[in-house]
Design a protein around this ligand. Structure first.
Ligand SMILES: *Cc1c(COP(=O)(O)O)cnc(C)c1O
Length: 433
């Protein structure tokens, strides 16, 4: 299997190189040059297989010769070391809970797979890999936890001081060892600007092996296909479900679309968006225009120009009609989001986080027009990660699960920095050397 750049099909690299580079040198996204087909036996027997067996079957063709069989099995076992239950909310809507991992967000799977791949590759290139990431909250926590103690890797996380939730801050700052948190006196845009300057800094890149941990990396994107297969393994009905995916950068949805091409049994996909509706508008009008992100209560989906849009176009040969045959999209505002949290809690005693609530609403909307269908929504975060909005909406406090309660007691260690590139640069060099 090779990966080409969406901007230039003649650039071809293997999995290892695509994962190490993150993005193609021409700023295109890496895309597989063929899509493997799941064999019939795998599909028929999927409910008898373990999570790790399912994960291996899906990922092996994508990884190819880049990682040995034994090591890949081990990586997948570690990646999927928690539960992914499919819970019934009501007669027609089920939730695949992807938030039982260490940081209670679905990004754990992609981040864990990627961290272990990079750890393995750092050994083969004989250099430490330095991962540099700016975060507004969730990504940083998943990346920190995933890379913690992975040999051959150093992680530097820039986060805006006072602008992440207390739980998120603890997740970023209490691990130590190879995880370094820079607390930036500025906002998220400042953090992102510093990271961009570092990636454009040729001098720095000569000294350090720098890579990003964002969701365009194939090692983060591709393992998300496993979620959909785990849903299938638990779906013991004869009908094919409709699946609604809370979407921001569209990596998760695009992984589902890819899995469908491989043989996943899905009737239709719904891209559930908040008011950041660049994709929703594109499906209606056929015209795509990048937007500036607008802040919402489902903030991990506040993306104005989703990176993986390019991959969706690639998957369907840029044919709008084909895209619409596979995906619909709906965009809802904060009022509808919180109303949905309240209604589902009061009616079905199921607590949704704001991101999953967007998907629930989208699914309900779909089922009104297609009453014969049944749906799965992807639960992307645990409601306890968004206590302010969730508690205000249901008028009740929610209890911290043990995993988070213990982290709240740990000591914060961060390096305070001003959004000044020169000073950040010298600190990065000191840490990584
Ligand atoms: C990142 C994130 C999303 C959006 O996922 P994409 O793959 O970027 O579309 C949705 N929900 C939560 C909780 C997230 O952290």
């Amino acid at each position: 299997m090779f990966y080409y750049s969406t901007k230039n099909k003649t650039i071809k690299v293997d999995f290892r190189q695509a994962a190490i580079e993150g993005q193609a040198p021409d700023k295109g996204l890496y895309f597989p040059d063929r899509i493997p087909k799941w064999d019939d036996k795998f599909k028929e027997k999927i409910n008898e297989l373990s999570k790790a067996e399912i994960g291996f079957e899906i990922m092996q063709p994508y990884v190819g010769q880049s990682i040995s069989k034994d090591r890949l099995e081990e990586i997948i076992q570690q990646t999927l070391a928690f539960e992914f239950p499919l819970k019934k909310i009501n007669e027609s809507i089920y939730c695949l809970e992807l938030f039982q991992g260490p940081t209670l967000a679905f990004k754990d799977v992609g981040a864990r797979f990627m961290s272990r791949c990079l750890g393995y590759f750092s050994n083969s290139i004989g250099r430490n890999i330095t991962v540099l990431v700016a975060t507004s909250g969730d990504t940083g926590g998943a990346v920190a936890d995933a890379f913690y103690n992975v040999k051959g890797t150093q992680v530097i996380i820039l986060y805006p001081s006072g602008k992440v939730s207390p739980v998120q801050e603890k997740q970023l700052t209490t691990l130590g060892n190879n995880i370094h948190a820079f607390e930036v006196g500025g906002d998220f845009d400042d953090c992102q600007k510093m990271v961009k300057l570092a990636f454009a800094d040729e001098e720095l890149k000569k000294r350090l092996f720098l890579t990003s941990a964002n969701s365009i990396n194939v090692a983060r994107w591709l393992p998300q296909q496993i979620y959909y297969a785990l849903a299938m393994a638990q779906w013991n009905k004869n009908t094919s479900p409709v699946i609604a995916v809370p979407s921001g950068n569209f990596g998760n949805l695009c992984a589902g679309l890819l899995a469908q091409q491989s043989g996943l049994n899905v009737k239709h996909f719904i891209a559930a968006c908040n008011t950041n509706d660049a994709f929703t508008k594109y499906l209606y009008s056929g015209e795509y225009s990048a937007q500036t992100a607008v802040a919402t209560v489902s903030n991990a989906m506040d993306v104005g120009n989703p990176s993986n849009f390019e991959r969706i176009l690639e998957l369907y040969n840029h044919e709008l009609k084909t895209i619409k045959n596979h995906v619909s999209s709906i965009s809802i505002d904060d009022f509808k989001t919180t109303q949905t949290i309240e209604k589902v809690f009061n009616t079905y005693d199921y607590l949704l986080d704001p991101h999953t609530a967007v998907a629930y609403h989208a699914m309900e909307n779909w089922l009104m027009d297609h009453p014969e269908d049944e749906g799965i929504i992807l639960g992307t975060a645990h409601p306890v990660k968004f206590p302010t909005i969730v508690e205000k909406t249901i008028g009740k406090e929610i209890e911290l699960p043990d995993k988070l309660a213990s982290i709240m007691k740990r000591e914060k260690k961060s390096i305070l920095v001003e959004p000044n590139y020169e000073s950040i640069r010298s600190q990065i060099i000191q840490l990584a050397d």
